[in-house]
Write a protein that binds this ligand. Sequence first.
Ligand SMILES: [Zn+2]
Length: 592
Amino acid sequence: MTSPDLTPDFSLDWLNKASDAQALAWFDGLYEHSPWVGQAALQHKPFRSLAHLKWALADSVSRASHEQQLMLVKAHPVLAAKRASGLTAASQTEQQLAGLWQSTPEQAAQLAQWNQRYQAHFGWPFIIAVRGPRGLGLTPDAILKELERRLDQSPAIEFHECLRQIHRIAETRLHEKCQSRPLLGGEAWDWHEWLAQFSDPGFAERGELSVSYLTPAHVSCAQTLRLGMQACGFDEVFIDAVGNVVGRYHPRQTGTQYLLTGSHYDTVRNGGKYDGRLGIFVPMACVRELARAGQRLNIGIEVVAFAEEEGQRYKATFLASSALTGEFQPDWLAQQDANGVTMKAALQQAGYRVADIARIRRDPSQYLGFVEIHVEQGPVLHHRHLPLGIVTSINGSVRYLIEISGTASHAGTSPMHQRHDAVAGFAAFAVYLEERARRDGDSVATIGMLHVPQGSINVVPGSCHFSLDMRAPTDAQRDALAHDILQRLRDICQERALPLKIEETVRASAAPSDPGLQQRWEHAVTRLGLPIHRMPSGAGHDAMKLHHLLPQAMLFVRGENQGISHNPLESTTADDMQLAIDTFQSLIELLN
Ligand SMILES: [Zn+2]
């Protein structure tokens, strides 16, 4: 069970023994006209894997001065719709591959115009890895769409994006040189596309992805995942009473424990294709390789594609993983969606047996733990040019709905010192909130909803409603944060004589990773030759629920586009998926 990246192929072995001059000659062309990148990477020799070499090259750019980085960016040719002179051989092949030279006259004119605008705005050429995240080449239309989008980014973000694209270009060029391909990663990529064909009405027509709990698209996803698991060679595949798709790959001998893994297949409205689903497809790919090789392990592997995590249709979130931990509340069945359809009716309509929900609960003695792979959904790994991150804890959170009352009065006739302005009180509080959360370093606090009921341009606000979401890696840190922030809110409202109502709506405990499982993830990542980066998870995940039943630990995979998620721009690359698969394969070897 080795993949191209794990095998020290001829080139890598040769590279480690080569003289500096030979190595530099071999690096030539990876980074446009910038031999210093390879030079600085040599300090990381011996390269333990291609992934390590890629990281070493990216690291030398990260360590360079801003001027040097800018020179690297400027060394790239302007993307042209026709063959330009002075292109390096690699650039020429890539531009050709993207079909840029077959652009229509309209596309060519648009490209030239936006290129010019881009260059004038940022002062460097637009850079994009034209082979794209799958490695097969972007169409001229896709390139134009990206160019248009990136024209509006801030210069700091766009500069970083260009560096990421440069590393991605180097990555695909490196594969050419080594004749290595992320084969399984490419397949996993295709599986995500395949599942993304199902989307709810109202979204599908616009090419947007939305899979809410128990819609026809959701049921189609479940059936498709079931077929996919069967094709992978799982021994048992079934859909349970809440719509979870379960695949079990039996151990060599009965009676031994299973490793439980998986993630969710529902999505937010107009969401991304990888959130949740990556954590289903990575272990599926690994099981398929085991089954193909006819290999049995001492442990069993159980993959669960969770039916619901996002809480889009009903108030209850994590209801699918709650069913596994025995925390599914029967009264949730009476919850109604926006159209008044109860969860019970929706389950029955989808063909699921409500009476069997209680039986979904797992017996913890049969499992050695739960692991989950997930896209990071944040910018941390992207900024560090690291494909994988080790999760130390899923942040604890607390949420409130808050109402500040004031006195609505005439905006023209109410003197400033005689007002009871609900929004002014809120504003004083919001400034403190940001300051206090920043102080911790890894806490976050957000006002996501803000409303001035019956607000009017000429009326002093009589009330202000807002939401408050606070998260931290431990419950103690979260509680201290919430205490300080709410105390300041009370003080401000008291000083300003503004009545205050605070309603706590959600309180979720932090879920620290199990040290043993976390260590094995770290070991697996180290085996790939990559440095370890430990980080808390700011987002909630199914692992947070499974934490109530089993030891758990998560692995994060870098997202493209600054790690954006819950957005159609959410993306990863076939290479990063391959690394996730390699890591999961290592993990099961270590647990076996
Ligand atoms: Zn998710």
